[in-house]
Design a protein around this ligand. Sequence first.
Ligand SMILES: [Zn+2]
Length: 386
Amino acid sequence: MNNKTKATWMLAAALSLMLAACGNERAAEPPAPTESPKPTDSKKPVETKKPTESSGDSSVVPAPPVTSANSESAKDAKTEKEKEAKAKETKETKETKETKTTKDKPNMSEPADKQSQPSGATGAVSDNGKAGVSGPKNPAAAVTDGKTKEPPATGTGDRKALSWYYMKKPKGQVPNFPAETKSFTKDMKALWVGTGKKVYLTIDTGGPLGDIDTLVKSLKDNKVKANFFIAGYNVKKNPDFIRTLVADGHLIANHTMTHTDMNTQTDEQVRKEIEDYAKLYKDVTGKDIQPYFRFPYGRYNTHLLKMVSDMGYTSVFWSTAMRDWEPRKNGAEDPYNDIMNNLHDGNIILMHQGSPENIQALDKIIKAVKKAGYEFALLSDIEPPK
Ligand SMILES: [Zn+2]
């Protein structure tokens, strides 16, 4: 399309995204499994973990889909957008409704990384953080790959599709988390924040690999160990990168082979995504995978939480995320500010590797976090919920 058309299209897309989106984070979600208004359950067994929220204020942070701001993705983005646009039309209605109901959710979820995400689309929404997000953000993206579409189980009960997010609080305070966390049981083994003066940097590579050298160097120069959730297709693409990370002492965890929305997969497919990943990891590194898992885009349901837990994994969400799947308005200042302004005890930070600004800012972020009195730690240092 020509520029004008494109511009018009983008504008329209941006508007609809803003409307739809606000709530969810992941940008591109896959065919949206219909998310229903969340259940705010009140009673339910309280979950094991942490600090749940209280009421609080929430400045909601929009969640970031991971995708990337990179060129690579930018390319795909175009086509994806087109697809999305179509998809959107259909979806939108649905979403809009959902959005309304879910309005209270603010914040961040995992950005969608990878290809499935329409990066571009997400990009369109550029309000970084502000919040109010409510609906699925770019749903469109999701549609991109038609194959994921026949989701099996969506729906209701413990299969109700959920998206991770959190509600930001004033600087230094632990955010509030979704009401559904109250229904998590101990045997679901989920983590989203730790405690104490520790920060868990989790780097998501569901999308582009980006500037690997600077990334590895920034961590090494500062003697920091990070936690990586690298999609299997990226492990295949650059096995040496994985070996380097292992040699440097970083923790690499399971993020599925294809980085698709697990809500759209059958149990059997989910199991295979995870088992294939573990096998690949072993082939590449000679070691067993660490028992941590992250749902792509933060899209999950409690049935899957339990299933993944039964497979031996702890599911890791986050307490800080950024809209880093799109170009940052102020360059490397944005990730720096996003992180420093939400720094809190036990902070599990989600950062997408494919964002050039993240990598540019990494050295500065690490130094500032340390200066603020925090120590970088591995997920394996977090005490499991009792
Ligand atoms: Zn991811």
